[in-house]
Design a binder for this molecule. Sequence first.
Ligand SMILES: Nc1nc2c(ncn2[C@@H]2O[C@H](COP(=O)(O)OP(=O)(O)OP(=O)(O)O)[C@@H](O)[C@H]2O)c(=O)[nH]1
Ligand SMILES: [Mg+2]
Ligand SMILES: [Zn+2]
Length: 390
Amino acid sequence: MPGRAAPAAGKAVARVPRPTYRRGVSTSAPHPPAGTGAPLRARVVRAERGALLVVPDDDLGAAARRAELPRDGLLPLPDGTRTPPTVGDVVAVVAVVGDARDAWPADGPHAPALHATALHPRRTAVVRDSAGRTSLEQVVAANVDVVLVVEHLDPDPDLGRVERLLTLAWRSGARPVVVLTKADLVPDPDGMAAEVAQVAIGVDVHAVSVLDGAGLDPVRALLAPGVALVAVGASGAGKSSLVNSLAGRQVMATGEIRADGRGRHTTTHRELVPLAGGAVLVDTPGLRGVGLVAAPDALDTTFADVAALAAACRFTDCSHEREPGCAVRAAVASGELAERRLVSWHKLAREAAYQARRADARLAAEERARWRRITRDHHRALRGHGAPRP
Ligand SMILES: Nc1nc2c(ncn2[C@@H]2O[C@H](COP(=O)(O)OP(=O)(O)OP(=O)(O)O)[C@@H](O)[C@H]2O)c(=O)[nH]1
Ligand SMILES: [Mg+2]
Ligand SMILES: [Zn+2]
């Protein structure tokens, strides 16, 4: 998030006196007990409440081991920010006894307990608007190179959803690829793929079937050693079936679709799966109504055609609604741009703007709460009422 509340914090620092804590009292969150052995770079395979499942970052196919989290569930980044770790994250783990590395391959009752102590900065992050109240956004997966936007060919693909997920993917910093599943159920998968490709500018689109293996080779070609992918898409799109097909074995459970087409979620947690050849893939539960996190650049990339037309609008901040001299609406009128495309752009742009306003309001509220806490702790410390709360 660019410039997160920094100016406000700067001002407040000048006004509020720095708390004077008693010597020896830690001001940070409780640290886990840690041995003196060497820490290890580990990759998060699955994030749970209070603990992570991790593998060594240089041996992603190893058996996952449990690593405890600090009590607040957060890990510090190098700049000190405490963040909830997510699947795909690279973390530092230490063993209670000896070196963390010794927890592999000696998996079993004698392997030392592990603690996650720090978070490495994320190269990429797939972020959705969080449904929860406590945070602004949820990081669906970290450090992925490729986002597989998975959509079914039967029933008909939802182009608006593809555009939404592509925007999510562009914002992540990873490369999007569209995978259209269930090609075996439609007479002309290639023709349908060509239609979807029109709304996926600059993105490869593959029609595949896990039943007969059609179209899977170009997807397999993405699986170079060390490459991390994530599959996103609606419930029932076929993400787990695709993961199993690419892994060459049944790793994730897959579900039947209900007759009314409204899938319940078969996959209920996010998990990093090692694939043959050294790539890894994060399977995710169906993203229902995934909220976009404000991303004007990502939106412009997904809607490169709209953005290019907008350059010719009379007003630089044209919203392509009612303004005179709007080149985008002119393109719709002449048939150059599909009206559905503009409607979709409007929807996502409005949503991103709304999300940005809400994020600003929430950040301001968080900042106020933070300073209330600091002032309270400060007064407590002055009165000698013991250690400040983390
Ligand atoms: N005919 C056909 N069916 C498929 C294909 N891929 C997936 N399916 C079926 O689609 C249904 C849903 O597949 P899943 O892989 O469980 O879907 P998902 O995206 O993982 O769903 P959630 O875990 O709920 O998010 C299952 O019944 C699969 O057998 C395909 O290529 N062809
Ligand atoms: Mg699934
Ligand atoms: Zn315009």
